[in-house]
Design a protein around this ligand. Structure first.
Ligand code: PEP
Ligand code: MN
Length: 355
């Protein structure tokens, strides 16, 4: 249930109401929006009458019941306002949100060695990416496939961060590694295979770094949002939802079915920012640019693109990785669409010849 306060409602009134709700055994959460303050009520609210609650204060504008199973992640919980996941990186503070430019995350599937991660970081930075991605701990279908270099790769990510000024996104698979990864990562990735690893979700929810939650390969949108709800319920409001393709009946030509329809669907259901990963979504480098452009046109807040200096030699996900040159070209193609939808940084500068 949510209690929407009127514009200008005094802080003392919000506190008084929150204290009252606490005595009823509920957990009130104050959400200060751009225009209004909302009190989210978590707990057993079935017997409460919204009209009676409304009479508790002249400063209450409206009391609404959140009918969906997910509460904190629901759009209603913030009274329709999009949340902002703001991440300080060495070079800039980057915001993932509906009303900000599209954030681009790029880099190899796995961190392979120092030279390749530094080179990739510098190339994707020069092309306009804000974050470097790269796995130190890799979830692989086969136990015999490359599992990532683990802790030593974290040091290489730290070096790439220092060399490029980019923020770092890397995956955490095991709660035992969380603290060590969080020392290096600016955003923690929970991968598709761990989307419903509830102990991991509770742990990333109980720490401060923002979390990138990938959609499970067979997860419904509701299961995905309930997974995000675990992280928010544990105290971490900074979650980005990443669509990376789902399993369908057809895997003949594309690795997964990239569900771009989630962009408007999630927009209506949740306030959380949205990321699209066309690399895992299609599994083939040649399909990545068109899906990335479609995602920006459809209103994604962010993109994740796998880039490798030599995809043919990559230790994982080479077939879906763009070369740095192709990524550079893609960023120019994306800028055209990004500007058309008013979501691209830097702003268009008229060329000298047109002045
Ligand atoms: C990855 O980002 O390299 C990865 C393993 O992703 P997913 O969890 O979406 O398969
Ligand atoms: Mn990968």
């Amino acid at each position: 249930m949510i209690v929407v306060m009127k514009i200008g409602a005094p802080e003392t009134e919000v506190t008084r109401l929150s204290q009252e709700f606490t005595t009823w055994g509920l957990t009130p959460e104050k959400i200060v929006g751009k225009h209004k303050t909302v009190i989210g009520l978590v707990g057993d609210t079935v017997d409460l009458d919204p009209l009676q609650l409304q009479d508790m204060s002249v400063w209450i504008e409206q009391v609404l019941r959140v009918e969906k199973p997910f509460k904190r992640v629901s759009r209603e919980y913030r009274h329709g306002e999009a949340s902002e996941v703001t991440v300080p990186t060495p070079n800039a503070t980057v915001t993932f949100s509906e009303h900000h430019p599209v954030v681009v995350v790029a880099g190899p599937c796995s961190v392979e060695n120092e030279a390749m991660i530094i080179e990739t970081a510098q190339r994707v930075k020069a092309a306009g990416a804000q974050f470097l991605r790269g796995g130190a701990y890799k979830p692989r279908t086969s136990p015999y496939a490359f599992q990532g270099h683990g802790e030593s790769a974290l040091e290489l990510l730290a070096a790439a961060r220092a060399a490029s000024g980019l923020g770092i996104i890397t995956e955490v698979m095991d709660t035992a590694d969380l603290d060590r990864i969080a020392e290096v990562a600016d955003v923690l990735q929970v991968g598709a295979r761990n989307m419903q690893n509830f102990s991991l979700l509770k742990k990333v929810g109980a720490q401060d770094k923002p979390v990138l939650l990938k959609r499970g390969m067979s997860a419904t949108i509701e299961e995905w949002l309930m997974a995000a709800e675990y992280i928010l319920a544990a105290g971490n409001p900074n979650v980005i939802l990443c669509e990376r393709g789902i399993r369908t009946f057809d895997r003949q030509y594309a690795r997964n079915t990239l569900d771009l329809a989630v962009i408007p669907v999630l927009r209506s259901l949740t306030h959380l920012p949205i990321m699209i990963d066309p690399s895992h979504g299609t599994g083939k480098a040649e399909y990545v640019p068109s899906m990335a452009m479609a995602a920006v046109a459809a209103g994604t807040d962010s993109l994740m693109i796998e880039v490798h200096p030599n995809p043919a030699k990559a230790l994982s996900d080479g077939p879906q990785s763009l070369t740095p040159d192709r990524f550079d070209q893609l960023m120019q193609e994306l800028a055209v669409i990004g500007h058309a939808v008013g979501r691209w940084q830097p702003p268009l500068v008229p060329s000298v010849s047109r002045l």
